[in-house]
Ligand binder design. Structure first.
Ligand code: ZN
Length: 201
């Protein structure tokens, strides 16, 4: 199959369809950027990537090479085949309009939830985006021994990539997080890219 390369402009969202066995690279082209990802079974969008089920199935709040993420029915969505960074968040939801209005008093700030809706609409799929099930790829959140969630800067060098193998046919939506008020994108949201390629046989 030919490779598919999709640029996600800074502060926007894009989506892609994957067949089981295909590989998805998520590329932090300029560095220091977080991608918020939701995924749905292509045939049954009522089955979707669930961060809570992923925590339960793995019995950990961290993800590394060889780990899987799971659906709300505890079936595998992706296997992580390679990962330049190895730090991600599966604890907090993606940013949403209320995050900016409630916590910063800013109305109309672009959010990952907006971007995931944009990605859904551009792809032309009928799915319900649930921000609480976003996998915050490359987000350097850390749970401290006393239970606090701390956001460290995502100091990913340009070109940092995670490679995922689709374990079922999927619809995947990704936001280049527009958060510019915390260290998560080093206060400077930038573009990202998706690359779809054939899996090794
Ligand atoms: Zn965000």
């Amino acid at each position: 199959m030919p490779e598919t390369y999709i640029e996600i402009p800074a502060r926007q969202g894009r989506g892609v369809r994957l067949r089981a066995g295909e590989l998805l690279d998520i590329i932090d082209t300029e560095g220091r950027q977080v991608a918020d990802l939701v995924a749905f079974d292509a045939a049954d969008p009522e089955e979707y990537l669930s961060t809570g089920h992923t925590v339960s199935c793995n019995a950990r709040v961290t993800l590394g090479v060889g780990d899987k993420v799971f659906t709300n029915h505890r079936n595998p969505v992706f296997t992580i085949l390679a990962d330049d960074i190895g730090r991600h968040d599966i604890v907090v939801p993606c940013c949403d309009p209320e995050r900016y209005s409630r916590d910063y008093g800013i109305a109309g700030h672009r959010s990952c939830l907006d971007n995931l809706h944009q990605a859904r609409d551009l792809l032309g799929v009928d799915v319900v985006v649930r921000g609480e099930n976003a996998w915050n790829v490359f987000m350097h959140n850390r749970v401290t021994a006393d239970g606090r969630v701390v956001t460290d800067p995502a100091l990913n060098p340009p070109g940092s990539t995670i490679t995922l193998r689709a374990e079922r046919d999927l619809v995947v939506l990704v936001s280049a997080c527009p958060q510019d008020l915390t260290p998560c994108n080093d206060f400077n949201p930038t573009a990202m890219a998706l690359r779809v390629r054939a899996g090794e046989r």
